[in-house]
Design a protein around this ligand. Structure first.
Ligand code: PHE
Length: 429
C-alpha cells in the first residue's frame, strides 16, 4: 500500500480484460471516443468539474493558500485540464517505457491516447516554459486505488518549481540567499536531520557541476524546511523543536531526489517528494542555461493531519456539519459529528484471468459511491487444479449523512454483485 503524500507508482499486475464502455464519453464539455483501453468510470468523471481547492473555506483551499503564502513570490498557475496524454504524464518526464505507473490497473485512461494525470509534475515542462523562474500549481490527480479512510482515487497535489542561472553571478546570489535562509532557520524551533545534497546512490546529473547541484539541493531543502515550520511548527519551541528529516529518494524526473518526513503528534509522516529537475525537462521547456528544483506535496494527507479530519471522503461531502466547522484561511480542529452505524457484507467470487483488485474497487465506487467506507480482501484462493483465482471481499457501508437500513445495504450489495458479473465477468461462488 502506498501513501497519499507521494504515492509511488508501484508495481501491480497489468489489467487485461476490457470493460464494456460506450463509444464516446462527455468529459468537461468535450466528446471523447473510447477504445479498448478505456477504464475511467462515471464515478471518477463526476469529480472532474468540482475543483475543491478553489472552494473558499474548504480545508484544501485553506491549505493551498497557506502554502502559497510561504512561496509568496512564486507565480500561482491555474491548473490545466486533468486530461493529458500519456506522453505528457510520463514520457516528457523521462519515465521508462515499462514503468508500472503506466498500467491500466494503476491509472485511468479515457482511451489509448488520453488519460487522467496521475501527478501534478505532469505540468513541469509547460510551467517552466512559461518563463516563470518560480511557480506553484495545484491540481486534482487521479490514481486507481483501494478503498479505506485514507485512499481516494482523486486527490490533490501542489507542485512547485524554481530555476536559477548557472553563471557565476547567479550562483553567488543563490549562495547568499541560502545563507540568509539558513540563519533564519538556525534561530527557529526546528531540528533538521539532513541527507547529503548528493551521493553515489543519489547522483548529480551529468552536465551539472557538483557545486551548482549542491547549491540547488540546499535551496530546495531550506525553502521546504521553512514551509514545514509554517505548516507544522505551531506548537514547537526551543525545548521541543519540530523534527524534520530528509531522505534520499528516487523519481524518474529528478536527480538527486529527496523525500521529507515530519514528526508530528507522535508519528513520522511522509510529506512530499522533491529533487533537482532533470535537465532534459528544462531542455524540453526551452530554458537554456538554467538549473532548478521541484517538489510535489499531497494536500489531503497534510490537511487530514492539520485539521484532524479522520476520513478522506469528508473532503467531498456536502454536509454543512462538515463545512460549517471551517473558516477561510484558518486551521481549526474538526470535531467529528456522530457517526451513523456501519454494515458489512461479504462477497466471494471467481475472478476473470486479468481482473485486478482495483477493478473491483472501481465497481464498488461506481455503484455505491462514498457510502463504501472500506473494502478489504478477507481471503484468496487459487484452485490447485484449474489455477482459477477466487477472493472474498468485505465491503463496509456507512453513509456520512444518515442511517442506512439493512434492506438498503442488501440492495446495494446486490447491485455491486450484478455489476461485478456484468462488467468484470466474475462468477459468484
Ligand atoms: N510527482 C511526485 C509524486 O507524485 C512528487 C515529486 C514532485 C517528486 C516533484 C519530485 C519532484 O510522487
Amino acid at each position: 500500500m502506498s501513501t497519499l503524500a507521494c504515492r509511488r507508482l508501484v508495481f501491480r499486475r497489468p489489467f487485461l480484460s476490457a470493460p464494456p464502455s460506450p463509444s464516446s464519453l462527455s468529459v468537461l464539455g468535450q466528446s471523447i471516443l473510447t477504445d479498448d483501453y478505456t477504464n475511467v468510470t462515471p464515478a471518477i468523471l463526476s469529480k472532474l468539474p468540482i475543483r475543491l481547492w478553489e472552494k473558499h473555506g474548504h480545508p484544501l483551499c485553506t491549505l493551498r493558500s497557506l502554502v502559497e503564502s510561504h512561496f509568496s513570490d512564486f507565480a500561482s498557475l491555474s491548473a490545466p485540464s486533468p486530461l493529458v496524454t500519456p506522453a505528457q504524464n510520463f514520457d516528457v518526464l523521462s519515465f521508462p517505457p515499462d514503468h508500472p505507473g503506466r498500467a491500466r490497473s494503476d491509472s485511468y485512461y479515457l482511451n489509448r491516447s488520453l488519460m487522467l494525470r496521475t501527478h501534478a509534475s505532469t505540468h513541469q515542462v509547460e510551467s517552466f516554459a512559461k518563463e516563470h523562474d518560480r511557480w506553484l500549481l495545484t491540481a486534482d490527480v487521479y490514481r486507481r486505488d483501494e478503498i479505506d479512510a485514507s485512499h481516494y482515487p482523486v486527490f490533490h497535489q501542489m507542485e512547485g518549481g524554481r530555476v536559477f542561472g548557472t553563471d557565476t553571478t547567479s550562483l553567488k546570489i543563490l549562495e547568499e540567499e541560502n545563507r540568509a535562509l539558513e540563519e533564519v532557520l538556525e534561530r527557529s524551533p526546528i531540528h533538521i536531520v539532513d541527507a547529503p545534497h548528493y551521493s553515489p546512490t543519489n547522483p548529480v546529473q551529468a552536465g551539472h557541476s557538483a557545486d551548482a547541484a549542491a547549491l540547488v539541493s540546499r535551496s530546495l531543502k531550506l525553502s521546504l524546511n521553512g514551509l514545514m515550520l509554517k505548516l507544522f511548527g505551531g506548537a514547537s519551541n526551543k525545548d521541543e523543536p519540530l523534527q524534520v528529516r530528509w531522505i534520499e529518494a528516487e523519481f524518474p524526473f529528478t536527480s538527486p531526489s529527496f523525500e521529507v518526513e515530519v514528526f508530528f503528534r507522535g508519528k513520522w509522516l511522509e510529506i512530499l517528494g522533491s529533487g533537482v529537475v532533470l535537465q532534459s525537462t528544462l531542455d524540453r521547456a526551452n530554458v537554456p542555461g538554467k538549473i532548478g528544483w521541484a517538489f510535489g506535496l499531497g494536500l489531503e494527507r497534510i490537511a487530514m493531519i492539520l485539521f484532524s479530519i479522520p476520513d478522506i471522503r469528508l473532503f467531498w461531502t456536502s454536509d454543512e456539519r462538515f463545512h460549517s466547522q471551517f473558516s477561510p484561511n484558518a486551521i481549526s480542529t474538526f470535531v467529528p459529528y456522530s457517526k451513523y452505524p456501519a454494515a458489512s457484507r461479504d462477497i466471494s467470487f471467481w475472478l476473470g484471468a486479468g481482473t485486478h483488485d482495483n477493478d473491483v474497487y472501481d465497481v464498488v465506487r461506481d455503484v455505491v459511491g462514498d457510502v463504501a467506507e472500506d473494502v478489504v480482501v478477507l481471503d484468496r484462493f487459487t484452485h490447485p487444479k484449474t489455477g482459477r483465482r477466487s477472493a472474498t471481499f468485505r465491503i463496509t457501508y456507512r453513509s456520512m449523512e444518515r442511517s442506512l437500513v439493512g434492506s438498503e445495504v442488501s440492495a446495494m450489495q446486490g447491485r455491486v454483485r450484478d455489476t461485478l458479473i456484468g462488467r468484470l465477468g466474475v462468477e459468484m461462488r
